[in-house]
Design a binder for this molecule. Structure first.
Ligand code: 13P
Ligand code: SF4
Length: 346
């Protein structure tokens, strides 16, 4: 199927108005005629191709709330990718997430809307670096954040995400681990466990830009505000936060505040600030209209490469396919599978 007419016809309006209602808090009505025709075309083509769209929490609301079938953090996307019976997975996130989806679904077609959607953490380390770390610390298990290439995962003993890193490090039952490549996530894990952590110097270019001073200013302007921070942030940021967790964990935390407010509506409206990528607050705000959001904003340029027109192109042309060489895939898959097994038990 090839769609060339992207006008906002009465049919498209009728088809997409219920979808718009999910995002009207974060997308101005005047912009919807631009998105609606793509949303309608993508949703139709998804059915024809038996495709699912998996979208990370950092995708813009016009992707996250309208065409995505499954949304979540890196862990949720890996788990759901392993369960899907669709023939085609379109991964709206970054390249390592699509590789992970391919590792757990070797027989399916995994597509990304833009092959250049990378990650500064994944770029901070190579398979050769992991081999050098093993030589330097013989016998110490290598625990690797999923924000890495398949080659790096293949050299590792087990993967973790920000949502399960502490539990998995503890579940290994060893006195020390090599934890790659995010220095700040490694420091956060070290602060939560007795296990000795040997870290690498990789950083997320989005989260490293926040500072403890930023958070103190938020707190000064409203002492009631709840500050939620991602563990990829530097330690002085995490020290000021009320909650530290993965993007999914943050979303759940806001859900609890919203539920508490529903139970006690006489209390002031909860206010949160999310110290993470910009789209996160937009997406969670769409879900919890009873919560106020202060929105400091650091954009991930890689996540933002995905757009509705590129997703449509991806489904029309069945590109860009993500593949992993078989000799790498087998070892990398073992690291991901071990993580999924342990997080089921965790
Ligand atoms: P999570 O969604 O797993 O918390 O990870 C955040 C991130 O930066 C992914 O790129
Ligand atoms: Fe990578 Fe940071 Fe972007 Fe996540 S937010 S994809 S860790 S650069």
């Amino acid at each position: 199927m090839s769609v060339t007419d992207f006008s906002y016809t009465p049919d498209v309006e009728a088809e997409t108005t219920p979808i718009f209602e999910r995002v009207e808090r974060v997308i101005p009505r005047v912009e919807w005629p631009l998105h609606g025709p793509y949303v309608a075309a993508i949703n139709r083509l998804k059915r024809e191709r038996n495709a699912v769209i998996l979208a990370h929490n950092y995708q813009v609301p016009e992707i996250f709330h309208t065409v995505a079938d499954i949304v979540g953090d890196s862990l949720a996307l890996a788990i759901e990718a392993a369960k899907t019976d669709a023939d085609v997975i379109v991964l709206c996130g970054v390249h390592f997430m699509a590789e992970t989806a391919k590792l757990v679904n070797p027989g399916k077609t995994v597509l990304v809307p833009d092959l250049l959607a990378g990650c500064s953490l994944a770029d901070s380390i190579t398979a050769a670096d992991v081999r050098l770390m093993r030589q330097r610390y013989p016998g110490v298990p290598v625990v690797t954040y999923v924000n890495t290439s398949a080659e790096v995962k293949a050299e590792s003993d087990i993967c973790v995400t920000s949502g399960n890193a502490v539990k998995i490090v503890e579940a290994l039952g060893v006195p020390r681990v090599i934890f790659l490549p995010d220095e700040y996530l490694a420091k956060y894990v070290a602060s939560q466990t007795q296990v000795e952590i040997i870290a690498w110097k990789g950083h997320c270019e989005v989260h490293e830009r926040f500072s403890g001073d930023d958070l103190r200013r938020f707190r000064q302007s409203d002492p009631r505000v709840k500050i939620l921070a991602h563990p990829e942030c530097p330690p002085d940021v995490l020290a000021e936060a009320d909650y530290v967790g993965s993007t999914q964990g943050m979303s759940r935390y806001v859900g609890t505040l919203a539920a508490d407010h529903e139970n006690e509506p006489a209390q002031p409206v909860p206010r949160v600030v999310m110290i993470t990528e910009c789209s996160m607050a937009d997406n969670v705000a769409g879900q919890y209209p009873s919560v106020d959001f202060v929105r400091p904003c650091n954009l991930c340029p890689h996540m933002k490469r995905n757009t509705l027109p590129k997703i449509l192109h991806s489904l029309q042309a069945m590109e860009y396919e993500v593949t992993v060489a078989p000799e790498i895939a087998q070892a990398a898959r073992r690291s991901v599978d071990r993580m999924l097994e342990l997080s089921r038990g965790a």
